[in-house]
Ligand binder design. Structure first.
Ligand SMILES: Nc1ncnc2c1ncn2[C@@H]1O[C@H](COP(=O)(O)OP(=O)(O)OP(=O)(O)O)[C@@H](O)[C@H]1O
Length: 228
């Protein structure tokens, strides 16, 4: 589903590469944690998958997309097959919960009949039934992240990338959010979650990919956070 082959990413403004000769594969349906200290390359890895940056060398694949060689006109199609969730939720503040999700489907050209059906289903799925008409300011952090997940999965992407999705949440709420991601994964979506949350990694016992200084230094199937 995701594969990197000898990928190096050297930003022009930086003296050392953000990723160095990175090779890894994540299969369809896997749930993988990406861990490592600040600056180890986790966000850069996500940016390469989304073609927000182009690697200096090496090959990047997501599903059938050869991302590093993808022409610009095909990038929207790639991004439609990758859902993203971030630490800071990134909701549209002027739109209701339902409209945040609907808007994501509108911009990719889904017909309104589909949108009317999908939005309540997906809100129900993430545990927000009954909150469709709330504005983001009327939600808790955990609820905001549920909206962000609903928006990210509404189009049933192949992959869900979550960049520190629990970074702004308390421990109990974090567990609830990871439960939602776990359900999304069990439905067949590949999930990759970058995190600094030791407790979550240790309790889930899923694949752990540890980065350090742009290198993959550990890859374990049922890993823990470890000493780092
Ligand atoms: N646009 C950029 N230009 C120059 N250097 C960059 C750029 N983006 C990231 N870097 C550098 O690349 C390295 C990897 O950064 P990256 O953001 O991928 O790390 P990270 O593991 O996601 O960190 P964090 O846990 O803090 O989010 C760092 O040394 C960073 O300073």
């Amino acid at each position: 589903m995701i594969s990197l082959d000898n990928v190096t990413m050297q930003y022009k403004a930086s003296t050392r590469p953000a990723l160095r000769d990175l090779s890894l594969e994540i299969d369809k349906g896997e749930f993988a944690f990406l861990i490592g200290p600040s600056g180890s390359g986790k966000s850069t890895f996500f940016r390469l998958l989304l073609k927000e940056d182009k690697p200096t060398s090496g090959e990047v694949r997501v599903g059938d997309f050869r991302v590093d060689k993808l022409p610009g006109r095909k990038v929207p199609k790639l991004r439609q097959s990758i859902g993203c969730v971030f630490q800071d939720f990134r909701l549209l503040q002027q739109k209701s919960v339902a409209d945040n999700v609907a808007f994501a489907l509108e911009v990719i050209g889904k017909p309104s009949s589909t949108i009317r059906k999908v939005v309540p289903d997906v809100l129900d799925y993430v545990g927000l039934a009954g909150k469709a008409d709330r504005m983001p300011t009327e939600l808790s952090g955990g609820e905001m992240q549920r909206v962000a997940i609903a928006r990210a999965i509404a189009n049933r992407p192949l992959v869900l990338l979550a960049d520190e999705p629990t970074g702004n949440l308390d421990p109990d709420t974090s567990e609830e959010i990871v439960d939602v991601l776990d359900r999304v994964n069990r439905r067949g979506t590949t999930v990759v979650m970058a995190t600094h949350d030791r407790h979550i990694v240790d309790s889930m016992r899923r694949r752990v990919l540890e980065f350090n200084l742009g290198r993959l230094v550990r890859d374990e199937d049922h890993g823990v956070y470890g000493v780092g």
